[in-house]
Each structure stands twice: as structure tokens, then as C-alpha cells.
Design a protein around this ligand. Structure first.
Ligand SMILES: [Zn+2]
Ligand SMILES: [Zn+2]
Length: 72
């Protein structure tokens, strides 16, 4: 009856904060210690521009922001 451990055979796959799907990509964007994103679904919460291809990603009050919105 106690078989819950078998539900994760490939080891840890973090759920993406952006889409909720487990991240199995070789590259995981770690915004802070407990927020992981796919490179394709990390976007600015203010203007929704994609942030995955840019290193300029900022975190304020738990929100991911691009450089221009963070500077406000
Ligand atoms: Zn995702
Ligand atoms: Zn923005």
C-alpha cells in the first residue's frame, strides 16, 4: 500500500513556476532558491516580455520583472 515513492522514477523534476509542468530540460532557470522556470516560459509579470533568453531578470516581492520594469 505504501508505494508513493515510485511515482517519481526519474528523480527530482521541479515544477515550472510559469506553467506548472515539470522541468526536464538540461537548462533550468533558477530565479531564487525555490523558483525554477523553463527557459521558454519565464516572462516579465509587468510587460510579459520573455526573460528566458536574457540574463537581466529581477525579482521584487516575488514577481519576476525585466530590467526596465524593475527600474521603476
Ligand atoms: Zn514552464
Ligand atoms: Zn517588463
Amino acid at each position: 500500500m505504501n508505494k508513493l515513492e515510485e511515482s517519481c522514477p526519474q528523480g527530482a523534476a521541479w515544477p515550472s513556476v510559469g506553467c506548472g509542468e515539470p522541468i526536464r530540460d538540461p537548462v533550468v532557470l533558477q530565479v531564487c532558491t525555490d523558483q525554477q522556470w523553463h527557459t521558454g516560459c519565464l516572462s516579465c509579470e509587468a510587460c510579459h516580455c520573455p526573460l528566458g533568453e536574457h540574463v537581466n531578470c529581477f525579482l521584487r516581492d516575488g514577481r519576476t520583472l525585466c530590467r526596465s520594469n524593475y527600474a521603476w
